[in-house]
Design a protein around this ligand. Sequence first.
Ligand SMILES: Nc1ncnc2c1ncn2[C@@H]1O[C@H](COP(=O)(O)OP(=O)(O)OP(=O)(O)O)[C@@H](O)[C@H]1O
Length: 219
Amino acid sequence: MVLKITNLKARRGGFQLYVERLEVNSVVALVGRNGSGKTTLLDAVAGLIPAEGAVEACGREVSALPPEERKLVYIQATPVDLPMKPRRFLRLVASKWGKGEWEVKEVVERLGIGNLLNSSGLSTGQKQLLNIAAGLLAEPCAFLMDEPTSHLDWFNKRIVNDVVKKIGVPVLYVTHDPFEAFYVGDVICLIEGGRIRGCRENTPADFSEVERIVKSLYL
Ligand SMILES: Nc1ncnc2c1ncn2[C@@H]1O[C@H](COP(=O)(O)OP(=O)(O)OP(=O)(O)O)[C@@H](O)[C@H]1O
């Protein structure tokens, strides 16, 4: 499976995004300074802002489709509130995708969120875990993830990172954390001024090398 982005152009105020070509086959960690266009790129691919160009997912050109028909799951940095208790919510999402209790149980176990199912109030990080669980149940053609672990504690961050590494569909993964980028990413891409400046395979590196590699990406 591949998420293919070609000649994608979008505007945000005076800012212009232009991505000539980006192919996401596995996990692409997208890094870049504040304001470099990471969220704009994800919003444009998801169809949340007007954009020109082509977006292909599951072998289908989706750029003319509304967001809900693109078969993409977008986990945004700030999780959305659940409209009901977690257990009911996950059951509802599962049934929408033709799944049942077994699949809910499996996702709940994978993310270690069994203790949240009957909660009536959730913290921001807990909401994010439920958002991710719902996304996994949807089995999309690709995931767009914008700093999905920014509200998570160290343990949950590692759980989500490990789930992402085994997710089996293309993931475009925005993070500000170089250690996370090198942990989850098969490929690391740098965006600057609304353009992808370069991508490199993530060859296994000792974490002591990460700072040097990040600097080499930026400089
Ligand atoms: N609501 C807005 N109105 C006008 N311009 C905006 C708006 N949001 C972003 N921009 C412009 O778009 C550019 C890209 O913003 P974007 O949110 O995509 O950056 P980012 O790389 O995700 O940043 P961050 O790392 O801070 O989340 C910004 O530099 C800014 O000029």
